[in-house]
Design a protein around this ligand. Sequence first.
Ligand SMILES: O=C(O)CCC(=O)C(=O)O
Length: 288
Amino acid sequence: MTLNDDLSEYAVPLTHHSWGPIDDSSCELSTDVQKQFHEKGYAVGSAKIGAELLAKLLSDLDVLMQPGHPGDHLWHEYHTNESTNPDTILFHALGAWRIRQSFHDLLWHPAITVPAKQLLKSPVHFWHDQLFCKPAHHGGVVAWHQDYSYWTRTTPMQHLTCWIALEDASVDNGCLHYIPGSHKWELLPMTGLAGDMSSIKRVLNERQWQTFQSPEPIELEAGQVVFHHPLTIHGSFENRTDRSRKAAVVNMIGDSVTSNSDEPLLEGIPVIPKGELLRNNFFPLLRP
Ligand SMILES: O=C(O)CCC(=O)C(=O)O
């Protein structure tokens, strides 16, 4: 294998060693936590990504954040700064799993896939990955949004997001915040991903906007994971601390999800005609 290989050709983890000692049962969500997910629209996982894999992910990320690295033609999207505020920076990219073994193997990690199967109630397939990184001092926001408003090119809605803290995430350095119960709202239009935290207001009614006065911050230690429903509204504020905030995201789908578009679902991959299941090497099975 060379540094230019496309790891999407491998539909199984390349090595389990980096996961460390972990068994599936320690990753399962209790009945109470699953109930909380269905009531609030999110839930923190019970197992963590171990220190060895975390260190590898972070050292690989340092390389991936520098444009011009080997394999950079494989990204579906790559923004060294997606922030619309010139004073802040938000690194955002899709496709790391194709470029580095650590990000490839992370997709199959039981801390992610065991709860995903419980919450989706289905075999779990990969949809896509994301990196969201905010540097110290001038990290930008991720504006309030519902993930599925970006994903209507796939249907039905049987999607799940797992957000993985690669570094400690706190209120101060821009951790994720959720609006509890918003997964029971209607699908809202897109109002911008990396702009203004208040731009969502224009598509909400007064009662919905009131709930934004008490979002729930999710403070996590490096290696912890949190799951959210595709309609749960979430976002994160600026990072003005002297600690960076780096996160990886694994977006997953259940086995009924089909293409709803005759365009490529992700940049650089072949078209899956409308109505066909997402079943090729770009959407591997993560948990049967
Ligand atoms: O990392 C963040 O702050 C935002 C993540 C996000 O929007 C997502 O996981 O969908």
